[in-house]
Structure formats: structure tokens, C-alpha cells
Design a protein around this ligand. Structure first.
Ligand code: NAD
Length: 264
């Protein structure tokens, strides 16, 4: 029987003050999970977000502002969740950044930041959440990779390396937990119209002298056969399924939700 009742469980969604993370957090909250938000933003707006989501779904929310490039801050956040909620039951490793430049022009500090935030942070959250999950014999880790975890694109070396890396981390973590009630999977989105992608739309508009709408179409036409953006809610729907009992034998997959991008 399929059950996605997450009431009483606690979900940490890294990078959930915006975009995909926020969409997934809302979908998990709708299933009853308490939500720990993380990410940057205006303190007042984040406070309001916490209050709104708690009220809308009748759950508890919390926020920890750990910078996901800093292992000591990640440790402090995981400890905070252990103390406040008795552990992280659902871990969504979502925080991420992008920078576009060819390898021979790629700023070294951008490379280091992308690897730290998009890849290494998931190692730290996973290593710190897994002991508690194993003890309870239940847990779900969902790594937000990308179509770029499966194929490359010019100009995105650090991002593609980090996303291929997180697919690898997903497989190994899934094997190490295969006989337990803990599952580990990755979701690989195509283009989703979030601030991260709007920057690429803006760059395309400027480079080719296009309007915002034309630049969006051009970006999609290059990669995404459906011609439509994926939405955070669609990704949240898959995350909810991966948390369900029906998905308990889904282990170590890197599931693309990409309008056909990697089918080409
Ligand atoms: P976004 O810019 O809307 O959100 C990113 C979130 O991460 C924000 O909450 C931000 O505050 C947080 N963040 C950034 N750096 C951080 C740090 N050092 N510490 C803590 N939080 C930090 O981006 P998005 O498009 O929603 O991306 C979310 C994830 O989805 C990323 O891992 C991204 O690579 C992945 N993804 C996005 C797309 C897309 O098309 N938008 C496609 C595939 C994968």
C-alpha cells in the first residue's frame, strides 16, 4: 500500500529559501512533515515564510542559516535539528549555485565554491544524518542533482563535475544502506525557471540581443525538447513519491525530470 504520510517526521531542505528547495519543502509540508528551512535571504522574509508554511499545513517549521560551503556550520545545523526534532528523517540536499565560463577562464574561487556547495555539503549532511536514520531504520535522502549529473554542457565544468559527483555519492550511499529502511536517490531536473536559471536567461538576452521571452525560448530550444520549464511543484511531487512506502525499493536512481533533455 502506498503511504506518504510524513506527519511527525522532520525534513531538512537545504537551500529552501528560494526556487526548487522551497517548492519541495512545501510539498513535504503538505504531507505533514515538519520543515527545517536553510538558505540565504532577508531575515524578516524568512521568518514570514516559516510562519506561513507552518500555518498553511499545520506543521512545525524551523530555520538554520548554515552556509553550506562551511562544514562547521553544517555540523551546527545538524546538531540543532537533532536537539530540536530528534533527528533528520528526510534530507533534501538541494542548495546549489552556478557559474558559466570555459575551463581555461573559470575563476578558481568559483570552482571551489560550486564543488563545496553543490557536492561536498551533501557528503557532510549525509554523514551526519545517516547514523540517526539507521538507528530508526527509516530515512530518505534525496539529492537534487541535474540533467547535468547525467550529461555535460560547455561552460559548466564545475557544475557538471559536482552534479556527476552527487550522482556517484547517491549510488554509493544507496548501496551502503541497501538492507535498511533508509533509501538514497537523486532527482535530475532539466531547466526550472528559478533565480539560478533567470541569470542564464539574462546572459543569453544580453549576448544575442533578445527579449526576456525570446531568451527563455532560446535556452529551452537548445536542450529541453518539451519547450517548457519543469516546475518546483513537479519536482516536489517526485520527492513525495520517493518518501513513500511504495518507493522503498527505489534505491540509487538518478531520475531525470527534464522535458526529454537526456533522451536525446
Ligand atoms: P535558487 O538560486 O533559486 O535557490 C538556491 C538556494 O540555495 C537558495 O535558497 C539559496 O539561498 C541557497 N544557497 C545558495 N548558496 C548557499 C550556501 N552557500 N549555503 C546555504 N544555502 C545556499 O536555485 P534553484 O534553481 O532552486 O536550485 C536549487 C538546486 O536545484 C541546485 O542544486 C541546482 O543546481 C539544482 N538544479 C536547478 C535547475 C534549474 O534549472 N533551476 C536544474 C537542475 C538542477
Amino acid at each position: 500500500m502506498t503511504s506518504t504520510n510524513l506527519r511527525g517526521k522532520t525534513a531538512l531542505v537545504t537551500g529552501s529559501t528560494s526556487g526548487i528547495g522551497l517548492g519541495i519543502a512545501r510539498c513535504l509540508a503538505a504531507e505533514g512533515a515538519n520543515i527545517v528551512f536553510n538558505g540565504f535571504g532577508d531575515a524578516k522574509e524568512i521568518e514570514q515564510l516559516q510562519a506561513d508554511v507552518a500555518k498553511e499545513f499545520g506543521i512545525q517549521t524551523a530555520y538554520h542559516g548554515a552556509d553550506m560551503s562551511k562544514p562547521a556550520e553544517i555540523e551546527a545545523m545538524m546538531k540543532f535539528i537533532d536537539e530540536k526534532f530528534g533527528g533528520t528523517d528526510v534530507l533534501i540536499n538541494n542548495a546549489g549555485i552556478q557559474h558559466v565560463a570555459n575551463v581555461d577562464e573559470f575563476p578558481v574561487e568559483k570552482w571551489d565554491a560550486i564543488i563545496a556547495i553543490n557536492l561536498t555539503s551533501a557528503f557532510h549532511t549525509s554523514r551526519l544524518a545517516l547514523p540517526g536514520m539507521k538507528k530508526k531504520n527509516w530515512g530518505r535522502i534525496i539529492n537534487i542533482a541535474s540533467a547535468h549529473g547525467l550529461v555535460g554542457s560547455a561552460g559548466k565544468s564545475a557544475y557538471v563535475a559536482a552534479k556527476h559527483g552527487i550522482v556517484g555519492l547517491t549510488k554509493v550511499s544507496a548501496l551502503e544502506t541497501a538492507t535498511t529502511g533508509v533509501t538514497v536517490n537523486a532527482i535530475c531536473p532539466g531547466f526550472v525557471l528559478t533565480p539560478l536559471v533567470q541569470k542564464q536567461v539574462d546572459a543569453r538576452a544580453e549576448k544575442d540581443g533578445l527579449s526576456n521571452e525570446q531568451a527563455k525560448h532560446a535556452l529551452l530550444a537548445d536542450k529541453q525538447p518539451s519547450g517548457d520549464f519543469v516546475t518546483p511543484e513537479e519536482l516536489g511531487g517526485l520527492a513525495v513519491f520517493l518518501c513513500s512506502d511504495a518507493a522503498k525499493q527505489v534505491r540509487g536512481v538518478a531520475w531525470n525530470v527534464d522535458g526529454g533533455w537526456v533522451a536525446q
